[in-house]
Ligand binder design. Structure first.
Ligand code: ADP
Ligand code: MG
Length: 253
């Protein structure tokens, strides 16, 4: 199994945000993670990316237990993510936002630049070319030299995904990438997610837009109050009375 979340538990004081959740993610799939607000979706992402140590259970990735590793080692193991709220650097261009994500600027030392400017320029060009490839994939390459925050919101969200992909992840965790997008932008996002899947990157998708989730996910796991209440294809999930019950009264859905 590619990613195995086993009996995961995350407790904040008296609140159990994630309660004994087990999820298997297969390599190459788009796996949806849905549930009403507060059901524990973002918390699972925070645990997966090493931001929180789980209170119980474990996470095994490619045969290796990663739930005890610090965040940077989890990144190095092949995880990347985006956040529910945009986290682009507002004073930087689109291209620089992606380059920073690649850790590029940390690598070019002053002495190396002085002693071997040609080699440094060559290295820089390789990074830029790679960043541009991801901006192309996300269809925001035309904005490479614009300030990130000058872009329409939907395009900013795509820059964030490009930045995450530029770290060469095996799996990418997307937290509500369609939030705030209009219908055209959401359709564009759907196409782009399929393209990302075709590059071989596995996608774990938290999303409220049911049309998008149902249209794109190979498997969907449903959470409610921190517990897994259902799992299956879009068709199976949308006819499951337990799932329908959980969503009753949720006005944003
Ligand atoms: P979702 O992303 O599904 O909307 P979250 O994972 O953000 O839900 O939150 C699940 C529950 O855990 C909520 O009740 C939330 O208030 C709580 N929670 C999340 N993070 C923390 C934290 N750092 N400290 C205390 N409670 C938290
Ligand atoms: Mg959330």
């Amino acid at each position: 199994m590619f990613l195995k979340i086993e009996n995961l538990k995350m407790q904040f004081g008296g609140l159990i945000a994630v309660n004994d959740v087990s999820i298997n993610v297969e390599k190459g799939e788009i796996h949806g993670l849905i549930g009403p607000n507060g059901s524990g979706k973002t918390t699972i992402f925070n645990v997966l990316s090493g931001y929180y140590k789980p209170s119980g259970g474990k996470i095994v990735f490619d045969g290796k237990t990663i739930s005890n590793l610090p965040a940077y080692q989890i990144t190095a193991a092949g995880f990347a993510r985006t956040f529910q709220n945009l986290r682009l650097f507002s004073s930087m261009t689109v291209l620089d936002n992606v380059l920073v994500g690649m850790g590029h600027h940390a690598k070019t030392g002053l002495w190396k630049t002085i002693l071997n400017p040609v080699a440094v320029q060559r290295e820089e060009n390789i990074f830029i070319e790679k960043a541009m490839n991801f901006l192309n994939l996300l269809e925001v390459a035309d904005f490479a030299n614009e300030l990130a925050t000058s872009l329409p919101y939907g395009s900013q969200r795509r820059v964030e995904i490009a930045r995450a992909l530029a770290t060469d992840p095996q799996i990418i965790l997307l937290d509500e990438p369609a939030a705030g997008l209009n219908e055209i932008e959401t359709e564009k996002l759907r196409e782009i997610l399929m393209k990302i899947q075709n590059t071989g990157v596995t996608i774990l998708l938290v999303e409220h837009d049911m049309k998008l989730v149902m249209g794109i996910c190979d498997v969907i796991t449903v959470l409610d109050y921190g517990k897994k209440i259902a799992e299956g294809t879009g068709a199976a999930i949308s006819n499951d009375p337990v799932v329908i019950e959980a969503y009753l009264g949720q006005e944003d859905l």
